[in-house]
Write a protein that binds this ligand. Structure first.
Ligand SMILES: [Fe+2]
Length: 201
């Protein structure tokens, strides 16, 4: 189990890095952690892996030019260089940071392997590792709910909900309810947040 001192150390290290990434990445990470902690209360997984991975999963954005990601339509973001690079660079930087922190090499390898594919749910689910699955669930839960609306406005501009991209994103979110979540706890929460954000209206 990850202790409060260890968690605070990682948190202090990632905050300035995440603030250099996309707008809202730091707040997104904190919400993903909250989702992860909630899932951990209800589903089996390795807490130390899930929490450390969630803090580190998006640090790669700080290392790259992500303008192609911001400009691409929601359905095309998956094909952008930026998306691929943030996973690759995030995995590299996480490996360095965890080495510096003296992390156990086996845990470090597991965390780095998850970060390297965290935005490709199919690859994560193929790992057949409940902790990897939980990272994707906690990350993707932040695409739903009222707080996520604020995140999109910050990242893509104040008129984002007026755009076709928003509608396209909502189609992905509706499909995502059936493809991004495996555990009963995550599925139920995603559905509740989807209702709250008006996805079915
Ligand atoms: Fe990411």
């Amino acid at each position: 189990m990850i202790g409060p001192a260890e968690e605070n150390r990682i948190k202090e290290i990632v905050q300035p890095i995440l603030l250099k990434g996309r707008k809202g990445d730091w707040e997104h990470t904190l919400r993903a952690i909250d989702f992860g902690k909630y899932l951990l209360q209800n589903e089996p997984a390795d807490e130390d892996i899930v929490i450390a991975t969630l803090y580190l999963h998006d640090i790669g954005w700080s290392q790259i030019d992500f303008s192609d990601f911001i400009q691409a339509s929601p359905a095309r973001k998956i094909e952008t260089q930026g998306l691929a690079l943030h996973m690759q660079q995030g995995a590299r930087l996480a490996d360095e940071l965890l080495s510096d922190l003296g992390y156990d090499p086996a845990a470090r390898r597991r965390i780095v392997a998850i970060i390297a594919v965290h935005d490709e749910p199919e690859k994560i689910f193929e790992m057949d590792d409940p902790s990897a699955t939980m990272v994707v669930e906690a990350d993707r839960l932040d695409r739903y709910g009222k707080q996520s609306l604020q995140r999109y406005l910050k990242m893509f501009g104040p008129d984002y909900m007026e755009t076709e991209a928003w509608q396209e994103g909502n189609t992905l979110r509706l499909d995502g309810l059936n493809s991004w979540f495996k555990t009963a706890t995550a599925k139920a929460l995603a559905h509740k947040l989807a209702v709250e954000m008006g996805l079915f209206d």
